[in-house]
Design a protein around this ligand. Sequence first.
Ligand SMILES: [Zn+2]
Length: 293
Amino acid sequence: MFSELPLADYDWWRQLGLCYPVVWVSAVAGAFALGACLGSFLNVCIWRIPRGESVVTAPSHCTTCGAEIRWFDNLPVISYIVLRGRCRACHASYSCRYMVIEALTGLLFVAILFKVAFAQQVPAVLAPYWWAVLLSISCAWIDAEHRIIPDALTFPALLFGIAVHGIFPSICGLKTVAGGLLYGVVSAAVPGLFLSLFAFLGNKIARRDVLGWGDVKFVAACGALLGIPGALFVLLAGSFSGMVYGALLSLKRHRPLGRCAIAFGPFLAAGAVLWTLCGNWVWHWYLVLAGKQ
Ligand SMILES: [Zn+2]
């Protein structure tokens, strides 16, 4: 079944020794640990970035008593369970969000490893896919809570997406560094410019924000990480699910749809995660339907 997929000629499964169970189990455990540790960092970003605090200088501390959290109390998922979600110093309970984000990031890293391995995509594609997960979780959470998508999250993702295509041009089926970089830049610029125009005209005509600039930058970053088909999917899946949610909300609140402002970020983010998990199949089906393959 997978032999018909794009990039299927690259059998890295065997080259990396992943056909041996012990290597595969180690890879899965490593992916979960990496995801959970980065999820722990996302928790810091989600709390501090909207409050204008630095994510690197100040050490982790309890937001109630200010006590510094020692490294052994800061182990992803494990520490939350051991301390039963409480601060060791003042016993204030922490939001379960901390553990949920760590576990969710770890599980999505593992799911993407499985998908990339079974679909026999090039291993380097893990880098932009995993970064897309980090971008999606952090932006979805911050947008839902604060109604902003910070540049501090979208700009690094955009630059990383362009750079990773330059370093590993095989991700997009190219061979040269310049080709990969150009692919990354064009993939970010096309959806970014299109949505900028849409946001600009929409805001002028409707005289209110039909689309936030944070959403525009988020989709541009998705383009840099996932390519133009990925950005298009993020936009379509996000718009569709966001509209359905908005319509249900307007029915529930007995208000017109135009007056039910919803955060668009979580829906775009869900589209981006979905693309990392099944995008190449969606794209393949699209090409078959369009009669191109
Ligand atoms: Zn405390």
